[in-house]
Design a protein around this ligand. Structure first.
Ligand SMILES: Cc1cc2nc3c(=O)[nH]c(=O)nc-3n(C[C@H](O)[C@H](O)[C@H](O)COP(=O)(O)OP(=O)(O)OC[C@H]3O[C@@H](n4cnc5c(N)ncnc54)[C@H](O)[C@@H]3O)c2cc1C
Length: 487
């Protein structure tokens, strides 16, 4: 999957005798981060050139579900009757994120309401609907939904749980295409120039250490583009680059399939590295193979091959996936009784029904678990559930119901048998002004970055919430564009 011919380089301008084109700000990549950067740089008065490897804009952003994580009291939250504040959102993200960068989180939370308003003003369609069910992607066109671990213990004790997933107004999946269509149309209206079918493979650095241009490969050779004010890296994630994934996230089972476009193979990260950029949270990955919907399956329990529970089953599906990955052999089973039995509805997860059994003891033997283990686990769980209490993981009482109505069944949800899909979360380290930082913590002059090529708010699957890519990518894309234009 990796292109052996691709080698990101740093060049001196003295190595070339001409520039093919120039602009104030050059943006590399035309997904959501690039489009937002281009728009903001253009509105700050800069001549902006987007250089895109594909034949047109969109990127993985156009493939996405179109869920943006925003809060702090957006119009949509208020219309649904929720009170949220930037501080409440900050407290949640700081508590739930593995290794949060407080400055990035603070800035994102403080500007979240304005960022939602800005996207709407660009023509990205959102409505004021509220989906109250628990699903991976709301099947309706409702905007607001709970898409993270806000209601989960202990986060529900640290901040007031409110929904923050803001989905583009489209039934079910696919809202990302609508968002990108609106943003690309806005770029066209504003006069953003685009050089398509051009793969950036080098950055030019002047004697003072400033990034002043890029080289891009086109079908008829290499072209040189000068950036008078700044370069914005917005070329997406590295999930499609299997070598990079196994190098940076060796713990990650290679049976999983990456989500994205083929061009999500880490070019921006490699370009940044060539300029001595620091990387952050490169082992951070969000994987998913949700066992819900249907919601009733959240009342089941997840056990490992020792017959022990290891996670609250009402966790966000990415948190659950991370917990399964940490079990021996990445093996886990979803165990239920006849009262809640149902098949998991996420088709492409392919969770296998192992079997049905008359008793828990037979199920324990059928799943090859240590004698007495699953029986003990279920007895303890059922006793607590009858009292509306889960002493082990504090699963919400809405999902607690004794599993004592035989026969019993188990689905295998192991990485080795189910189909897990993932996106990468790690990338370039940036300041809250979207400046790329070097390995000594200094700003690399003239170089900015945003989107899935940077390590932003989300650090790992445990702390991820749907929308934590598009939300920060759109906001910090704008920050990058504005700062590049004024650099
Ligand atoms: C199926 C799916 C569903 C998702 N759903 C959601 C969701 O609902 N909410 C959410 O927050 N996140 C979601 N994500 C993740 C999210 O879509 C991405 O993290 C986000 O779109 C990244 O935006 P970006 O602008 O950084 O990168 P991209 O949108 O991938 O854009 C990067 C662009 O850079 C171009 N490029 C690459 N290399 C070069 C180069 N060398 N030179 C020039 N151009 C280059 C690419 O061709 C591409 O157009 C989803 C992802 C997938 C795949």
């Amino acid at each position: 999957m990796t292109d052996p011919d691709y080698c990101a380089e740093i060049l001196s301008p003295s190595t070339i005798d001409h520039w093919d084109d120039s602009a104030d700000v050059i943006v590399i990549g035309y997904g959501i981060a690039g489009a937002c950067a281009a728009l903001e740089a253009r509105r700050a008065g800069a001549d902006v050139l987007v250089i895109e490897r594909a034949s047109g804009g969109g990127g993985a952003s156009a493939l996405s579900a179109g869920i943006f994580y925003f809060g702090g009291g957006t119009d949509v939250q208020m219309a649904a009757g929720y009170e949220d504040t930037p501080d409440n959102m900050f407290d949640f993200l700081m508590a739930s994120t593995g290794a949060p960068d407080a400055q990035l989180v603070r800035r994102f939370c403080d500007n979240s309401v304005a960022q939602f308003d800005w996207l709407e003003a660009q023509g990205v369609p959102f409505n004021r609907g509220h989906y109250k069910g628990k699903s991976v992607i709301a099947p309706t066109d409702d905007c607001l939904a709970s898409t993270g671990n806000e209601k989960l213990w202990p986060f529900n004790k640290i901040s007031i749980p409110v929904p923050r997933g803001h989905k583009v107004a489209k039934e079910g999946d696919g809202g990302g295409a609508l968002a990108m269509a609106a943003l690309i149309a806005a770029c066209e209206r504003e006069g953003v120039r685009v050089e398509a079918d051009s793969r950036v493979n080098a950055l030019f650095r002047d004697e003072a250490g400033r990034i002043i241009g890029v080289r891009a490969k086109q079908s008829d050779g290499q072209k040189f583009f000068r950036a008078a004010r700044g370069v914005v890296l917005a070329a997406g994630a590295f999930g499609m680059n299997r070598e990079m994934v196994s190098h940076y996230a060796p713990q990650f089972p290679n049976s999983c399939e990456p989500l994205g476009i083929p061009n999500n193979d880490g070019d921006a990260i490699r370009l940044g590295q060539a300029a001595n950029a620091e990387l952050r949270s490169m082992d951070g990955i969000i994987a998913t193979a949700s066992f819900y919907p249907p919601e009733q399956l959240i009342k089941a329990i997840l056990v490992n091959s020792d017959g022990e529970r290891f996670v609250a089953e009402d966790s966000y599906h990415g948190r659950t996936a991370q917990a399964i990955m940490e079990q021996r052999g990445t093996t886990a089973y979803l165990v239920m009784d006849s009262a809640i039995f149902a098949y998991p509805e996420v088709d492409n997860a392919h969770h296998r029904l192992v079997d049905g059994w008359e008793t828990v003891a037979e199920m324990e033997a059928g799943l090859d678990m240590p004698h007495g283990s699953l029986q003990r686990t279920m007895k303890k769980y059922n006793e607590g559930a009858a009292q509306g209490d889960d002493a082990l993981f504090h699963k919400d009482k809405d999902w607690l119901q004794p599993l004592d109505q035989g026969p019993y069944a188990a689905f295998e949800v192991s990485y080795s048998n189910s189909c897990y899909y993932y996106i990468t979360l790690g990338g370039l380290k940036t300041s809250s002004d979207a400046e790329v930082l070097d390995t000594c913590g200094n700003v690399i002059p003239g170089l900015f970055a945003a989107g899935a090529c940077v390590s932003s708010i989300a650090q790992d699957g445990r702390g991820y919430a749907s929308g934590l890519m598009l939300g920060p990518a759109s906001y910090f894309g704008r920050v990058a564009g504005e700062n590049a234009a004024s650099a």
